[in-house]
Write a protein of this length. Structure first.
Length: 266
């Protein structure tokens, strides 16, 4: 009797079970730090990530934050501060412009990135770093500017964001089929560019619960997202040649035919 009833499961019930199984599998993927890859095409949104580097020791260290273990995506993982470009990033006043070399690197690719968009990407990296880590890259302003929202910590400290110390390390686009896609520019800056620290940003209930300076090649970095590891390898190679330069090749990671491609921006 038990076997007969099992065989008589309706197609509708079977479809529901398969749907539930698919949902569970997708949820499991997310908890493993992976996204489902069967979604319709979404145009990637501009995003920026900032990798802060401490070169005071024999081996360079980078700053990573540990995500809260209750968040849906990549719980408990070490990540770099970063996120989407906001509309305010286009118009916030700066203490200094981005360098002409950085602007030229950001413009590379097809289609070319206009100057206003290039600036917003660099500014977004600074804002995200301050929001998520409490570490601000700024400079004292001659004229007090009215900054609100995410930029209020700069105003409170009498600072304006300063992108002049940023270098572009890589560009990467999330593969098609993901529910969230980003066209991310990975920037780096020396830790000496940090001019202000906001207290209380890192705590047990925050998105990032811990900040750690870790040596390149160390174990915590082995658990990073594969694309982020690719970018770190590029940074490691750049640092091994001496001081960072704007004339170094900038890789562009993207996906074509289901496989990751690495081109050099030109």
């Amino acid at each position: 009797m038990v076997f007969r009833r099992s065989k008589q499961i309706s197609k509708k019930r079977l479809g529901e079970d398969m749907t539930d199984t698919s949902r569970a599998a997708e949820k499991a993927k997310i908890h493993e730090g992976k996204e489902a890859d069967h979604h319709p095409y979404f145009r990637p949104k501009d995003a920026a990530t900032l990798i802060l580097v401490d070169r005071s020791g024999a081996t360079p260290k980078v700053l990573v934050g540990k995500r809260h273990d209750k968040v849906v995506f990549m719980p408990g993982k070490f990540v770099f501060p970063g996120g989407r470009v906001d509309k305010d990033d286009y118009r916030v006043p700066c203490a200094a412009p981005i360098t002409t070399e950085l602007e030229a690197n950001l413009a590379k690719g097809s289609p070319k990135t206009p100057a206003s968009r290039a600036k917003s990407l660099a500014i977004a990296a600074i804002r995200e770093a301050c929001e998520e880590t409490g570490l601000c890259l700024g400079r004292k302003a001659d004229v007090k500017a009215k900054l609100e929202g995410a930029w209020k910590p700069f105003a409170d400290a009498g600072l304006l964001p300063d992108p002049s110390s940023l270098f572009l390390i890589a560009r990467a686009i999330t593969p098609p089929g993901r529910v969230k896609r980003f066209d991310t520019r990975f920037f780096t800056a020396d830790a000496s560019a940090i001019t202000h620290r906001v207290d209380g940003v890192i705590h047990a209930d925050a998105e990032l619960v811990e900040l750690v300076w870790v040596e390149l090649g160390s174990k915590p970095l082995a658990d990073l997202h594969p694309m982020t590891r690719n970018v770190l390898n590029e940074l490691d190679t750049r640092l091994a040649t001496g001081p960072l330069r704007h004339d170094a090749p900038v890789p562009f990671f993207h996906f074509y035919g289901g496989k990751m491609q690495k081109d050099i921006l030109s």
